[in-house]
Design a protein around this ligand. Sequence first.
Ligand SMILES: Cc1ncc(COP(=O)(O)O)c(C=O)c1O
Length: 480
Amino acid sequence: MEWKPDRLHDKPIYKQIVEYIEYRIFNGEYPPGSLLPSERILAKELNVNRSTVVTAYEELRASGLIISKQGSGTRVSPFLAENSKERVPNWNRYVVGGSLLPNIPLIRRILKEALNKDLIDLATGELSPDLFPQAQFQQIIKTGNFNFHLGYENPQGNFQLRETIANHVKKYKNIDATASSILITSGAQQALHLIVQCLLKPGDSIAIEDPSYCYSLPIFKSVGLKVHLLPVDQNGVNPDDLLTLHKKHRLRMIFLNPTFQNPTGVSLHPERRKKILDIAAKYGIPIIEDDPYTLTAFEQEPFPTLKSMDPYGIVLYISSLSKIVSSGLRIGWITGPQRVINRLSDAKQQIDFGHSIFSQWIANEFLTSPYFHEHINQLVLELKKRRDAMVSSIKNYLHDHVEFFIPKGGIHMWCKMKTPIHEEKLLETALNYGVIFVPGSALGTKKGYVRFTFGRAYEDTIEEAIFKFSEAFYNLANKT
Ligand SMILES: Cc1ncc(COP(=O)(O)O)c(C=O)c1O
């Protein structure tokens, strides 16, 4: 076989083998029913590990293109023949054809690796299991009185939960909302999706922060938006940059995560908040305030939410219980003008007929119980301890190789590696040392950054995680 996989290509070798065999099948070189080389022989011919060919054949089998039978080897599916009554669709063409783009390969890799329980996880953007209110939820389930009907819920969300959230946002974020101006969503993520899909159209220009959680999301490009970047400094985004960007591109929407931002941990300064609101109001640009972290403030009161400072009605406010109670509960919400909420509720009905009544019920019970306040107080203490453990471990093991901002809330730390280093190679090396993190290039355009999520690691593993990371870093830095 003349063809060989390209080892320098970004595409994994097994994938190249899959595509090569697919090509030969559809080209007629491997007709339906024909015998393929055994895994061992193909591995030898291609000069790759047998396990790589095993993975490639597994994928081809899963897509129905080949079949393997004990004793008679691996063959191209006979159902691919023209005169066969059964036809196997080419799933690979379908999976690249949909309108929602896949996650970028780096994110897919992190999501896959993070499932490995042997790694210390500084990558997944959620709380560690011991920070969830497990016992309180068990208690609610045991003693609570779930008497809702089991049919479809109102697609806008359960009325009682919406009333509770209206009280919650008033109490904790000084936001005026009513049950009818709130839509319950499947996390903040679905709120972002609904906004992008229902309120914007292909070709619209939007601004997001650089770096940001939004940067990692394919949804904006999936719907054909033009994404412009607002650099984040220690006080958040700069209103002057926003003005310049708007004058150049006529922005249709601005997405901000102004408090304890993911990944930088910084909060938009109140003066900048005011200026940004004024600019947005002057030019009539809606602001999406994505605010999952405000309640995690470690020291003083967090800055006021943009929504609470908005006299114009230009802010759509998103939040969720993911970073403070449970990410698995999938409870998020949007509050904004009635017409917008109605439009998004209609879309939510089309997508999933409304949110699960069971998770809405338990969220309502928890938010209205004394547990909630106690839990937040405890959570903040725990997160602060982890932040402190991470700061001192970084100082101990990485010394002045790293520059970082000490966040006053949230769950993430954003670190700049002062020694030039290839972040993705650093990830590969760190995985071998037993720790996973997010390379900065998944979250923004700046080179040489890494995101550590201190909220995800158990307190007693943080030092070990940073030690392992530092070993990986020194190992790689010494080679370059
Ligand atoms: C800023 C920000 N927005 C939204 C989300 C989505 O969270 P969820 O859908 O779990 O509420 C995340 C998750 O990491 C986030 O960091």
